[in-house]
Ligand binder design. Structure first.
Ligand SMILES: Cc1ncc(COP(=O)(O)O)c(C=O)c1O
Length: 387
């Protein structure tokens, strides 16, 4: 089947965050959602549910767990037991719940910066300390700093690590060896790993992510993994996510916490959307991955030819590109982001919000029709003409 990712869909009057915070005629290549309609199977499921007209309380049927089990087994060769899985209304709510349940105020939580800005908020808003394990940026690529990671983990106040697998915003697809090493160090220092795998399906064609819990018994027994169709299928607004906790003791406590935080119950569309995604959305997703990969190639070629002073960090996952602006005369992303927006209406994310080490970077979301990508690139060129 052919899917039309070139179709321009008007998102005005839908309260779309990405489009509302923008001057008229602007181009929003920032917030991590896509300007594509979701997979036909999901639309059908949601439309069918809407047509029913009764939107009372829901339970989680066994088909919901089965759909996650099948998807992870077929795509990632990872067998998750039914009991490991619990529904949550969102990944960030679930991470915040894990933070409150498994750490105490003032304890330190590791994040690997530059990283998804909301990780900072989850930690700070719950009265814990951000404990940065900066990624090493060398020769234009990122890797983990294991010496520093061990040092940070060995602090007695450090009790949790938020792993981003694959990594937002750098697009790193962590290898088995890297994940194994994280798992070994965490177990050695009694640091619980929360592995956020929300971007896992959005890999370049031919590339595959490795679930943290699948790597070893050590990783499995000392982890909480968050999963969701929200990024892969563009259904973030449907409030549908999943927590996978293989170790029984951790699991019982996590389930209790999801309940006490009142994030364990689905809205009327959340379950059907997830089931449709994982049972009938595979073909659409693979077509999307091809389209995104083409977009990525177009951006790369454009920058090489037109803005060689910007370099794109090579990535293997996510639809987010991390642009190194350090060769520009003005490389402070706080200034750059505003200047690009004011001058051309193109909105990108400023790198400093992902940690101070991200200051000379911009993040660009390429999950939109190709015409919009090209328009954004032309605006970027215009905005940076005198830098
Ligand atoms: C790494 C990561 N985790 C979580 C989220 C958001 O998850 P949710 O909307 O389910 O809270 C995002 C959104 O961009 C993300 O990039």
């Amino acid at each position: 089947m052919n899917y039309d990712f070139d179709e321009k869909i008007d998102r005005s009057r839908t309260n779309a965050l990405k489009w509302e915070l923008l001057p008229a005629g602007g181009n929003p290549m920032w917030v991590a959602d896509m300007d594509f309609a979701t997979a036909p199977a999901i639309r059908e499921a949601v439309e069918k549910r809407a047509a029913h007209g009764v939107f009372g309380y829901s339970v989680i049927p066994k088909e919901w767990k089965q759909s996650y089990q099948l998807w992870w087994k077929n795509r990632y060769d990872f067998e998750m037991s039914r009991e490991w899985l619990a529904f949550a209304t969102g990944v960030i709510p679930a991470i915040s719940t894990a933070i409150r349940k498994f750490t105490t105020p003032a304890e330190k939580i590791i994040i690997q910066t530059p990283v998804y800005n909301i990780f900072f908020n989850c930690i700070a808003n719950n009265g814990r300390q951000v404990w940065e394990n900066e990624l090493i940026y060398e020769n234009g690529t990122y890797r983990m700093d294991f010496d520093d990671l061990e040092k940070k983990m060995s602090d007695p106040l450090c009790t949790m690590m938020l792993l981003c697998n694959p990594h937002n915003p750098t697009g790193n697809l962590w290898s088995r060896e890297e994940l194994e090493q994280v798992g070994e160090l965490a177990a050695k220092h009694h640091v619980l790993v929360v592995s956020d795998e929300i971007h896992c399906d959005l890999t370049d064609p031919g590339k595959r992510y490795i679930p943290f819990a699948s790597v070893s018994d050590t990783c499995r027994n000392n982890s909480i993994t968050t999963l969701a169709p929200s990024k892969s299928f563009n259904v973030a607004g449907l409030g549908t996510a999943c927590v996978c906790v293989p170790e029984q003791g951790l699991r019982e406590r996590m389930k209790r916490a999801l309940n006490t935080d009142e994030i364990a119950e689905p809205n009327a569309f959340a379950v059907d959307a997830a089931i449709a995604a994982y049972t009938r959305g595979g073909e659409w997703l693979d077509a999307l991955r091809e389209y995104l990969f083409e977009n990525k190639k177009i951006v790369k070629a454009f920058l090489q030819n037109n803005l060689p002073q910007l370099s794109i960090v090579p990535s293997e996952a996510t639809y987010l590109l991390w642009l190194d602006c350090s060769n520009l005369e003005e490389s402070d992303s706080e200034v750059l982001q505003q200047r690009i927006l004011d001058k051309t209406g193109l909105r990108l994310n400023a790198g400093y919000t992902y940690g101070e080490c991200g200051r000379p970077f911009l993040r660009m979301n390429i999950a939109c029709p190709r015409e919009q990508v090209v328009d954004g690139l032309n605006r970027l060129k215009e905005a940076l003409a005198d830098l």
